[in-house]
Design a protein around this ligand. Structure first.
Ligand SMILES: Cc1cc2nc3c(=O)[nH]c(=O)nc-3n(C[C@H](O)[C@H](O)[C@H](O)COP(=O)(O)OP(=O)(O)OC[C@H]3O[C@@H](n4cnc5c(N)ncnc54)[C@H](O)[C@@H]3O)c2cc1C
Length: 473
């Protein structure tokens, strides 16, 4: 063979080798955990990794788009990091594809060498008390999804005609919900709050919100920066009675730095003079709801609560115990914000106790035998439950990718169908996957719409409307 041809043949052979040496990974879920896993996979230098990232929505970014409060725009700038991951040539986004209906786990096993579940915690924990779920008792997930324009909740019935609202829970989600209820329309219209929510919030009659914690101020899981922000709102005074504050102090959990900082903030709130015309945000501690009481119209009329005392457990943690002393809080709306759970996906192993995808340190396992299911992994809230802020997923997802690297030697040699066959399969099933460039077109439309009200974007909240826009272009 002449030298030039030999050289070409060698080059083609080595390219083919390189091609067959590519690892193909499916990531299900495009929230922070999924994107950080993609970043770590695409940065691998030992092998070329092709990543296909699926999401059930046509829009990427999970809770960064559908959870983070609209008045926290700065946090959403993390999207720029995800955009640079999405720009890599070995990355593809396939939105509008739901695992469990449009695609099954068997399809993924056939088309990919490894699978990463990054499906978050889309279910919520229920109060489990009489009256839970009556009209006006709405999980915070629904309220948050509604004001953030999540397509699942765009038609939620959120009635803001009551003057007093109880938010149950002592985490940041409770604070977000309370803040959005009490912000002025002027504060909200320059944010990406959904247009339908902005309209309803303009007409809102809510003047007082009670955030209720079953344990004391020393155990509240608010982050200090979120808590502090409550003291800086335009037309709102945080209210905390010095007695209730002192009652719940003096417990071990108050030892860590964040909680210590929270206690200082609570004290500063308790010492503040109240403005007569301000809306009120009451922070109440050591109370548990016992019944959501309906009025004659079937809507929330009040909330029965029981006072608690703190009790040290042998492991050093602090539990709340009911004292039998009760009180009725007159509120017309109740928003439980008491935690989340992973939503089970057909054929994906589920841990019924921990309410997450069954796993050992990110490796998916059979929930009964705890045997590892080869080549399947889980990251983010679907792995751990609702713990951790966006930035924390970077290290956590990279840790799981280390397992994938360690387990995956030789995997790339397994022959797979052509890369585009997954798209043909979806088309055969009548599913229209939305690519990242499709999303960027939707993004442009949203940004242009938002500019009309001086907001960063005005979200399209209906999947059909998104697909119709894409069909036009
Ligand atoms: C109300 C709220 C406010 C928050 N505010 C902040 C904040 O201000 N700052 C901060 O740092 N952190 C905040 N967090 C925490 C942060 O949002 C989470 O840590 C993070 O989003 C979890 O990432 P994840 O990728 O595990 O899940 P998610 O972000 O929930 O992403 C999961 C993705 O999976 C997709 N999906 C689910 N099921 C399927 C399926 N069957 N098929 C295909 N796709 C599927 C979903 O559509 C979603 O896009 C907030 C959380 C909440 C709930």
């Amino acid at each position: 063979m002449p030298g030039g041809m030999e050289h070409c043949a060698r080059r083609a052979a080595s390219r083919d080798e390189a091609v067959s040496d590519r690892l193909r990974v499916a990531i299900i879920g495009s929230g922070p955990a999924g994107f950080y896993a993609a970043e770590a996979l695409l940065k691998r230098t030992d092998i070329v990794v092709n990543v296909d990232m699926f999401d059930r929505l046509p829009t990427p970014y999970g809770l960064v788009r559908g959870g983070v409060a609209p008045d926290h725009q700065k946090i959403k700038t993390v999207i720029r990091v995800f955009e640079s991951t999405a720009a890599r040539p070995t990355f593809r986004f396939l939105g509008n594809v739901r695992l469990g209906s449009d695609l099954q786990v068997e399809d993924l096993r056939r088309h990919y060498h490894q699978i990463v579940y990054a499906t978050g915690n889309e279910a919520d924990r229920r109060l489990g008390i009489p009256g839970d779920g009556i009209a006006g008792c709405t999980p915070a997930t629904v309220f948050v999804g509604w004001y953030n324009g999540h397509p699942d909740y765009r038609q939620a019935k959120i009635d803001l005609s009551a003057q007093r609202v109880a938010v149950i829970g002592n985490g940041n989600v409770a604070i977000d919900a309370a803040r959005i209820l009490l912000r002025t329309p002027a504060e909200l219209e320059k944010t990406d709050v959904a247009a339908h929510a902005l309209e309803a919030l303009r007409e809102s009659r809510v003047r007082e919100v009670f955030i209720l914690g079953r344990r004391g101020p020393g155990q509240a899981s608010f982050t200090p920066s979120e808590l502090k922000e409550l003291g800086k709102m335009e037309a709102v005074d945080p209210v905390i009675t010095p007695e209730e504050l002192e009652d719940g102090m003096g417990s071990e959990t108050a030892g860590d730095a964040e909680r210590h900082r929270n206690l200082e903030i609570f004290r500063s709130f308790a010492a503040r003079p109240q403005r007569a015309d301000a809306k009120k945000l009451h922070l109440r501690f050591l109370v548990s709801p016992t019944e959501v009481i309906a009025g004659p119209d079937g809507n929330v009329f009040s909330l029965a609560i029981e006072r608690n005392r703190l009790e040290a457990r042998p492991d050093g943690s602090v539990a709340a115990r009911g004292t039998g002393k009760t009180e009725v809080l007159e509120v017309g709306m109740v928003l439980p914000a008491i935690g989340f759970a992973a939503r089970p996906i057909p054929k994906v192993p589920y841990d019924e106790k921990a309410l997450v995808i069954a796993n050992e340190d990110g490796r998916v396992v059979d929930p009964a035998t705890r045997a590892v299911i080869a080549n399947e992994y889980v990251v983010g809230w679907a792995r751990t439950g609702p713990q951790g802020l966006i930035g924390e997923h970077k290290r956590a997802s990279a840790h799981v990718v280390e397992h994938m690297t360690a387990d995956g030697a030789g995997l790339a040699a397994r022959e797979l169908p052509e890369r585009d066959q997954i798209i043909s399969l979806l088309h055969e099933r009548g599913v229209r996957p939305v690519s990242f460039s499709d999303w960027k077109r939707l993004d442009e439309v949203e940004v242009a719409r938002g500019a009309q009200r001086g907001a960063p974007r005005d979200k399209i909240v209906d999947v059909e409307a998104m697909l119709a826009i894409l069909a036009q272009h």
